[in-house]
Design a protein around this ligand. Structure first.
Ligand code: ATP
Ligand code: MG
Length: 456
């Protein structure tokens, strides 16, 4: 037994008015039925930091069957990590029964640990099975106290990511935690505490043992949150990118990596100014170096575009990225070539700015080459032609693109923006990689639409 540190209402900033009202309803309902009920995890962390939580998770000592009885509009979901969704119209609140500390064995066969994460426990055991101290705070609806078993408060205050327990063991149990450490460190501008940092350095290559699907999801979350550039550099410095994407890293080299990092720095800057781009656009950053050096005198658009398409298709397969997403990326990168090769052909300029492809291509261009002085002449031509249309330039989205990268996979869906909240649990319960990715969509929208004849 560890004595927790208790922070009373008057000593912490969490107010009930900052908690989503359906979540609050569930918390009170549980309390009134005599159960323990806590707000947990990321929501408590975010509220303590004065940030607006993305979602609110609840933990309770009520078992799933008791929850089902208590909430008629609810459903038990998940096998490996069973929890209950309580529905409020289209949205739901996730309620998990407090777990004990038993951990899934390492390895990448999720079937091995189906039941292991459904061992019920109490608040203390539940705190210690979480990944990082800052993610292990509880807000008790009975007392409005915040309960800290793991030293989270000190770490929050010091902006420090610290694994709970022995970091080497925790990373081996679930290598995705290494990416989660980087995700939180980058997002909150935290530093990674020494032992956690050393374990990350030691175990980074073991990221290959994790489910490819969960890994890809986390990487794209890191590239879609604030401080993308920092997150990207951390993934590289810890050797995670080298382990996962060796061919990519080899192909782009140091200069290519600098170019990729500069692109994400530009996306970060835009986000700070409240300009956001869809995943199809932000993913282009990873592949800019594949456009290579272009010599407008000697090269031919069709030849370069064919080479780029081929390189990117094979890279996408090695990196296990959804084809539908990559087809868009390839189109937008071919678009970069189009901007370069054809800026002097007035008719093409006029036609291209009128197509729906122009705006996203242009956004990629500005993010990637907006600061390149040599391109000013070319940029003026396209910008003027686009301006003559008199419509606002599109290619942006209203807020950060929260779509999961794998929403681009499968026969239906196709990366459409989800309606409302994505109710799936992030952490442990990643889905299986068994969706159909299908064939490459027809290439290439950009040139096909323009009746491209290949003349350079
Ligand atoms: P975000 O703001 O990105 O949603 P979060 O902390 O809420 O961050 P989730 O992935 O939503 O992260 O998980 C919710 C909580 O579940 C975490 O705060 C953490 O306590 C626990 N958790 C998630 N994944 C793991 C894991 N791999 N190992 C241990 N605990 C985990
Ligand atoms: Mg969360």
């Amino acid at each position: 037994m560890t004595d927790p540190r208790i922070i009373q209402r008057q000593d912490h900033p969490i107010s009930r008015k900052d908690i989503d009202k359906d979540t609050l309803y569930v918390l009170y309902r549980l309390k009134d039925a005599g159960y323990e009920a806590y707000l947990v995890g990321g929501a408590v962390r975010d509220l303590m930091l004065g940030r607006k939580p993305k979602d609110f998770d609840i933990a309770t000592d009520a078992r799933p069957h008791e929850l089902k009885r208590l909430f008629r509009n609810s459903r038990v979901v998940g096998r490996r990590f069973r929890l209950v969704h309580v529905f409020f119209g289209p949205k739901n609140v996730e309620v998990a029964t407090l777990r004990s500390g038993i951990e899934p064995p390492p390895g990448n066969d999720p079937d091995l640990y189906i039941d292991d994460d459904n061992q019920w426990g109490d608040i203390e055991s539940d705190a210690f099975r979480r990944d990082f101290t800052i993610n292990a705070l509880f807000y008790d609806i009975r007392s409005f106290n915040v309960i800290d078993y793991t030293g989270a408060l000190d770490d929050l205050q010091a902006h420090r990511i610290r694994a709970i327990g022995d970091p080497a063991v925790r990373f081996q149990e679930d290598p995705v935690r290494m990416l989660r450490a980087i995700k939180f460190a980058a997002r909150f501008g935290c530093e990674i505490e020494d032992a956690t940092h050393n374990a990350l350095l030691d175990h980074a290559p073991e990221i290959l043992k994790a489910s490819r699907h969960r890994v890809t999801e986390e990487i794209f979350r890191i590239l879609s949150q604030p401080n993308r550039e920092v997150g990207l550099r951390m993934m590289a410095d810890y050797g995670i990118l080298g382990a996962l994407y060796p061919e990519w890293l080899d192909a782009i080299g140091d200069d290519g990596f600098a170019q990729v990092a500069a692109f994400y720095a530009a996306v970060d800057k835009a986000a700070e100014e409240d300009r956001f781009f869809p995943l199809e656009i932000t993913t282009c950053g990873l592949f800019l170096p594949f456009l290579g050096e272009i010599d407008l005198e000697k090269d031919n658009f069709n030849r370069v575009a064919a080479r780029v398409t081929e390189d990117l298709r094979s890279m996408a397969l090695r990196m296990d990225l959804p084809k539908r997403l990559m087809a868009q990326v390839i189109d937008y990168l071919r678009g970069q070539l189009y901007l370069l090769f054809f800026h002097h052909l007035t008719k093409r300029v006029r036609r291209f700015v009128e197509t729906p492809y122009f705006d996203p291509v242009w956004q990629v261009h500005l993010l990637a080459y907006g600061q390149v002085e040599d391109l000013e002449g070319v940029q003026t031509i396209w910008a003027e032609a686009r301006k003559r249309l008199g419509t606002p330039v599109g290619g942006t989205v209203g807020g950060p693109d929260k779509r999961d990268i794998f929403s681009f996979r499968g026969r239906t869906g196709g990366g459409r923006f989800p309606q409302g909240r994505d109710g799936r649990r992030g952490g442990r319960g990643g889905r299986q990689d068994d969706d159909e990715d299908g064939d490459w969509p027809a290439q290439s929208a950009i040139t096909a639409d323009l009746g491209e004849d290949g003349a350079a």
